[in-house]
Design a protein around this ligand. Structure first.
Ligand code: LAN
Length: 696
């Protein structure tokens, strides 16, 4: 058990001194929050705008001259946003939203004997207090979701492990919800898994997670190497920990939790009868061995952060189980937990990845070049710094174990967050490539840092990622059959068993290759042309009859339709020339609200039909207006109304306030992209200036 803490009841005020938190600024873009204890440390590290902004301390920037035009407003927006750029050149940002990640961090740390700073514990507690559902005091799958057993059981446990007593009012209220919902035994399978690791739920109550699958021949259509990379990367350590039946040592807190989590005494629970393991022990041993091998490869290839936050904590437990707390692996894992921990105004959370660095720098740099703001004298230095960061972020080699660990190549790719994380993502490579082309080839004052050969590497890798019907998936080619989805064991997520082709990934490849070929018309010309054509065919095929495209990673129609119309425009399809573009514009215009903006709920992503949000959103309004402009929509009114709405919500210092959550994954889980409220507003406003001038 960790040392006792004094826990205030109301989470409205910080539990720690917020003026002492600093975000470490590393060249490679790692995000680590340090708490400074001594006066010497404070003197050595004065707090930056970035520190203050992200924890919600006042910046007190002066009001900017009132914007008279969309471009003025865009410029004001960047005047603000530029002050948040790090010395390393990228922008930091919160990447929270999911409510099933922090419990993994806490449970994994607890069972392996890792600790947290007292301040980290206090702020994690505060974050969970602040995100109880206002109606009942439980927790859901993500911060805007209704209470579920999974969310409530796991976050309840996290709070108790962090040191909140069973009688604390937040805990009492949460326990009542948990019992009302049926107790922890009714949790989705991932919850049962974590509770088993903690030894407050019996392994017999889990469906089998056999590591032996790894021993099957790879040609089998359901072999785990064919699953979506996130699912299989989580499955590796899960099957290992299931295979060895990992259990934390009993202690008084664990014994207490066993009584708190269920509606009946622990001993009287009828755990589903121990299943007949049809697989004999030597095979189990071989299965766990090969799972362990994959765990080690994954750790070494990602600097011990792994592909994502779920596998991160499971790999850590497996390494502890085999190598113990004195090992190098243990130390490296311990340290890397902090890359996922993020401090916000409402406390400390665990993020969906170690950040969204590449993604954010990609959009803002393209926005600045397209709007012309890049050439403002006082923005030049900022753009050079951004290019330097993009240069450092490109992955230059294939990973060490990429064949044995079933990975796609990486040489030439850009990742979603940092180079160290090291995974190829199709659209991150597309956006990285575009940004570099914009900054290096379209501006006069920037140095050439990324050589032609390295740009060709990026193109080469994109060309390896097209699927037969022309679409692009996220990290790899689609490797498995669709029916595998029937075996999806995670009840709370949809479409996670295999890769799927996504509109966003496909459009990013279309746009980046189209822009690339303008600058390098002789490189792999024929293949690039064919790739673009096939991707466009795919894009047409997945357009909804009503005219929109369903987004998979952003909410929702406005997001994907913007990218789709950008892609179509690059091959000459616009409102005047293409039925498809026309249908898309008409669809979007039909959803514009009387106030000039757009607003769609995250629920749209699961329903695949438009569901209105209660409020108009500046980010979605920007996406919709950009979509119309890409398609050269002939009537200016919807666009000028959108501009007016976005300008009316701009604050005197040039920024915009945070509105509803922007992103989504696996159909159901919302995730934050707080930097979108800068990149897409600025981009749209600057673009609108040119568009509206062109129509006068
Ligand atoms: C992400 C974040 C980025 C996102 C985009 C680049 C935006 C997208 O266009 C392609 C897919 C990708 C890379 C993506 C995939 C799934 C991720 C990694 C996430 C949504 C962030 C968190 C999520 C991950 C699966 C969370 C852990 C949960 C599990 C179900 C394992």
């Amino acid at each position: 058990m960790w040392a006792p803490l004094n826990i205030p009841v109301s989470p409205k005020q910080p539990f720690t001194d917020y003026t002492r938190w600093r975000l470490r600024d590393t060249d490679d873009g790692r995000h680590i929050w340090d708490f400074l204890r001594t006066e010497d440390e404070l003197a050595a590290r004065p707090s930056s705008n970035t520190d203050k902004y992200w924890v919600g301390l006042p910046l007190n920037f002066p009001a900017l001259p009132e914007a008279k035009s969309p471009l003025d407003a865009a410029r004001n927006g960047y005047t603000f946003y530029k002050k948040l750029q790090t010395n390393g050149g990228h922008w930091v940002g919160e990447y929270g939203g999911p409510m099933f990640l922090l419990p993994g961090l806490v449970i994994g740390s607890y069972v392996t004997g890792m600790t947290f700073l007292e301040e980290e514990r206090l702020e994690m507690i505060r974050y969970l207090f602040n995100h109880t559902h206002p109606d009942d005091g439980g927790w859901g799958l993500h911060i805007e979701g209704h209470s579920t057993v999974l969310g409530t059981a796991l976050n309840y446990v996290a709070l108790r492990l962090l040191g909140v007593p069973a009688e604390h009012p937040v805990i009492v209220r949460a326990r009542a919800v948990l019992h009302k919902l049926g107790g922890a035994g009714a949790s989705a399978s991932w919850g049962k898994f974590w509770l088993s690791v903690l030894n407050v739920y019996e392994w017999e109550g889990n469906n089998p997670i056999p590591p032996e699958l790894w021993l099957l021949p790879k040609w089998l259509p359901f072999h785990p190497s064919r699953w979506w990379i996130h699912t299989r990367t989580v499955y590796v350590p899960m099957s290992y920990l299931y295979g060895v039946r990992f259990k934390a040592a009993e202690d008084p807190l664990i014994l207490a939790l066993r009584e708190e989590l269920y509606t009946q005494p622990y001993d009287t629970i009828d755990w589903p009868a121990q299943r007949n393991n049809c697989i004999i022990p030597p095979l189990r041993h071989a299965g766990t061995e090969s799972a362990y091998e994959l765990i080690v490869y994954e750790d070494e290839n990602t600097g011990y952060q792994t592909l994502g936050p779920v596998s991160k904590m499971m790999n850590l437990i497996a390494r502890y189980h085999v190598e113990g707390p004195e090992s190098e692996a243990y130390k490296r894992h311990d340290e890397k937990r902090r890359d996922f921990m993020w401090l916000a105004s409402e406390g400390m959370m665990m993020c969906g990845t170690n950040g969204s660095q590449l993604w954010d720098i990609g959009f803002i740099t393209q926005a600045l070049v397209e709007t012309g703001l890049a050439s403002d004298e006082n923005n030049k230095e900022s753009l050079i710094k951004a290019l330097e960061w993009l240069d450092r972020c490109q992955i230059r080699e294939n990973p060490k174990y990429f064949e044995v660990s079933n990975r796609h190549r990486t040489k030439g790719a850009w990742p979603f967050s940092t180079k160290e994380q090291g995974y190829t993502v199709s659209d991150c490579t597309g956006e990285g490539l575009k940004s570099v082309l914009y900054l290096q080839n379209q501006l006069e004052f920037t140095p050439t840092l990324v050589s032609d050969d390295r740009l060709f590497d990026a193109v080469d890798i994109l060309l390896t990622m097209q699927n037969r019907d022309g679409g692009f998936a996220s990290y790899e080619l689609v490797r498995g059959p669709r029916w595998l989805e029937l075996l999806n064991p995670a009840e709370v997520f949809g479409n996670i068993m295999i890769e799927y082709e996504y509109p966003e990934c496909t459009t990013s490849v279309i746009t980046s290759l189209s822009i690339f070929r303008k600058h390098y018309p002789n490189y792999r010309t024929k293949e690039i042309t064919e790739t673009i054509q096939n991707a466009i065919t795919f894009l047409h095929a997945i357009q909804q009859p009503e005219g929109g495209w369903v987004g998979s990673w952003g909410i929702c129609f406005t997001y994907a339709t913007m990218f789709a119309l950008e892609s179509l425009s690059l091959v000459g399809e616009t409102y005047e020339t293409s039925e498809s573009a026309r249908r898309a514009c008409d669809f979007l215009v039909s959803k514009q609200r009387a106030d000039g903006g757009w607003g769609e709920s995250y629920k749209t992503c699961e329903a695949c039909v438009w569901i209105e949000h209660e409020n108009t959103q500046v980010v979605q309004t920007s996406w919709a207006a950009m979509a119309l402009m890409y398609a050269k929509y002939p009537h200016t009114e919807p666009i000028s109304k959108a501009v007016a709405l976005v300008m009316s919500r701009q604050l005197p210092d040039g920024s915009w306030a945070q509105e509803a959550i922007e992103g989504i994954f696996n159909k159901t889980c919302a995730i934050s992209y707080p930097n979108f409220k800068f990149s897409f507003t600025i981009w749209m406003l600057g673009k609108a200036q040119k568009y509206l001038e062109g129509h006068h």
